[in-house]
Design a protein around this ligand. Structure first.
Ligand SMILES: [Zn+2]
Length: 266
């Protein structure tokens, strides 16, 4: 496989232009692509022909049954791999005839253009995804750090709310979820949402209406629990009649009387 300087420079130009376009949105990726574009011509000219995957790509392209060419003798449409024309029966194996057929096939440059496009699209995608995950501008970076700090503080506060859950049957045999909440924070709670999972004595998950579903039970309460005080919250589990055990009880949202709240919407 031979690559002319014109092809190599066209390839470079292609990278350079796409790099410029990408640089508008993603400077890092765009500029590195532009830089690669600038130095790529000699690489394309001398290294690419030595790359075996490109060689086989070109070979496959030439051997492809789907490519058609015109018979140099009768100008009828024949497969590019034909050794004999099916119309005029001319022998097509001769070197000069092969060259004439080859000239009609999509230029090698098209192959490189294709590779360049794949490369460009790939780098554009990696550029956007890294842009989403890490912000480089200092203002939002600081905001992100502050947010992480706030989140950590909230998680600490959430840990200060201790739960002791238990399922007990009431006087008519309906299970009830009793959760003793100890408010270890220094604020008064006036809203608490928790999630829990119920099981029967076989440790099988119990969902609503005794289905074997492992959907979370969501319990909400707006009881006031002062700082340092324990209170017992109660939920009737009439629709979870077979529940005998409760696991993974977690507070996912708390509201305090000072108007602040922590946790996530669920
Ligand atoms: Zn022919």
């Amino acid at each position: 496989m031979k690559i002319s300087w014109i092809q190599a420079f066209l390839f470079s130009l292609c990278l350079l232009l796409t790099g410029t376009i990408i640089a508008i949105h993603s400077p890092g990726t765009g500029v590195s692509l532009m830089f690669f574009g600038m130095i790529s011509a000699p690489i394309v000219k001398f290294i690419f022909p030595k790359l075996s995957f490109l060689k086989s790509l070109e070979g496959n392209l030439k051997k492809s049954h789907h490519l058609s060419a015109k018979c140099p003798h009768c100008h009828k449409k024949i497969p590019s791999i034909a050794t004999r024309c099916s119309y005029c029966t001319a022998d097509l194996t001769e070197q000069s005839v092969q060259e004439k057929i080859e000239k009609q096939l999509p230029s090698r440059f098209a192959v490189f253009l294709g590779i360049a496009m794949i490369f460009v699209i790939a780098s554009a995608f990696s550029g956007t995804s890294s842009r989403n995950t890490q912000s480089t501008d200092p203002v939002s970076k600081a905001a992100n750090e502050q947010k992480t700090k706030d989140d950590a503080a909230k998680q600490e506060l959430l840990k200060k709310i201790e739960l002791r859950p238990i399922i007990v049957d009431n006087s008519i045999g309906t299970p009830e979820l009793h959760v003793t909440v100890r408010n270890g924070t220094n604020k008064t709670i006036d809203g608490i949402d928790l999630s829990a999972y119920f099981y029967n004595n076989f440790d099988e998950p119990i969902g609503k209406w005794n289905t074997k579903s492992s959907d979370a039970f969501i319990g909400t309460s707006s009881e006031r629990i002062s700082a340092g005080v324990s209170d017992s919250l109660l939920w009737n589990l009439a629709v979870y009649e077979q529940a005998t055990k409760v696991k993974n009880v977690t507070v996912y949202r708390v509201h305090f009387t000072d108007g602040t709240s922590i946790g996530t919407d669920q």
